[in-house]
Design a protein around this ligand. Structure first.
Ligand code: FE
Ligand code: FE
Ligand code: ZN
Length: 276
């Protein structure tokens, strides 16, 4: 069965997210660990988590995906900004252990003028400071569109980060279809080639999740503006090939399309119909 869900608001807690996911026939979901702008996190409620874990078991929700605030920048030239990213992510990883065995995705960061090499070194040293040998959470680097000074557009950049992380068994990658398309990887006409390249440079073993988004912009635009499935430059047929591809079809897919709940439900239904 297609393992698919969408991004949900975490403001009402885990049990509420589980119920909303099931109501739109999702088998997983993504959520922000805290306000996406990076403010303080709400205290975890152990009762809410216990209800969620039981509900998830009953309804076949296997794994969920947490997303770090997208304003964090562990690659910044500013030491205080880097420290804030490290502290926030370390706190998130502690909290993730209350729902063990899930994934935590983050944007590698922007080098803000220092150059890619320096940015990569900062990201790796942050990860080396916060990963713990006993953790059950896998930390995912998200593939990025490459707008501004973003790191993570090229697969080689993600490889370099992974190479420098000591506990890299706790690391994986999340492929965002809008981002790789905007980053110049032609997943419409050359999906096999792109995935071969991913395998050679990063290794498909590292690929733990897919963000399934259409793009408002053409190949290589480096813009990062998500579109509804089938309403952007990637198109429905390419999305159908992606969810059915042998290298991808058993991964969890997460919609981050510009939708309310009803629209997400429609996209999930459509994609389930086209999964063979
Ligand atoms: Fe993201
Ligand atoms: Fe994404
Ligand atoms: Zn995006």
């Amino acid at each position: 069965m297609l393992n698919i869900g969408c991004h949900l608001s975490s403001s009402k807690g885990y049990a509420a997210m589980g119920k909303i996911a099931v109501s739109i026939q999702a088998s997983t979901f993504q959520f922000f660990t805290r306000n996406p702008r990076g403010a303080r996190a709400k205290a975890l409620d152990p009762a809410d988590i216990a209800v969620f874990l039981e509900y998830a078991r009953e309804h076949g929700i296997e794994k969920i995906l947490a997303h770090a605030p997208y304003t964090l920048n562990g690659a910044s030239a500013d030491e205080h900004i880097r420290q804030f990213a490290a502290d926030t992510m370390a706190d998130d990883l502690k909290r993730m252990e209350y729902t063990p065995g899930n994934c935590y995705n983050f944007h590698p960061g922007s080098h803000t003028g220092q150059g890619t090499e320096a940015g990569i070194a900062h990201i790796a040293s942050m990860l080396n400071g916060i990963l713990r040998p006993g953790q059950s959470t896998t930390v995912l680097l998200e593939t990025m569109a490459g707008k501004g000074s973003e790191i993570g557009r090229e697969f080689e950049e993600l490889r370099e980060i992974l190479d420098r992380v000591e506990l890299s068994d706790h690391m994986g990658v999340c492929l965002d279809t809008c981002h790789v398309w905007d980053g110049g990887y032609d997943i419409v006409n050359r999906l096999d080639e792109v995935l071969d390249r991913f395998d050679r440079i990063i290794g498909l073993k590292r690929l733990k999740a897919v963000h399934l988004n259409d793009s408002m912009n053409p190949l290589g635009a480096r813009k990062d503006r998500h579109a509804k499935i089938g309403q952007g430059c990637i198109g429905l047929e390419a999305m159908v090939r992606i969810i059915n591809h042998p290298a991808l079809r058993s991964l969890p897919f997460y919609l981050e399309t510009p939708n309310e709940l009803e629209g997400y439900g429609q996209e999930i239904r459509l994609l389930r119909e086209r999964y063979v």
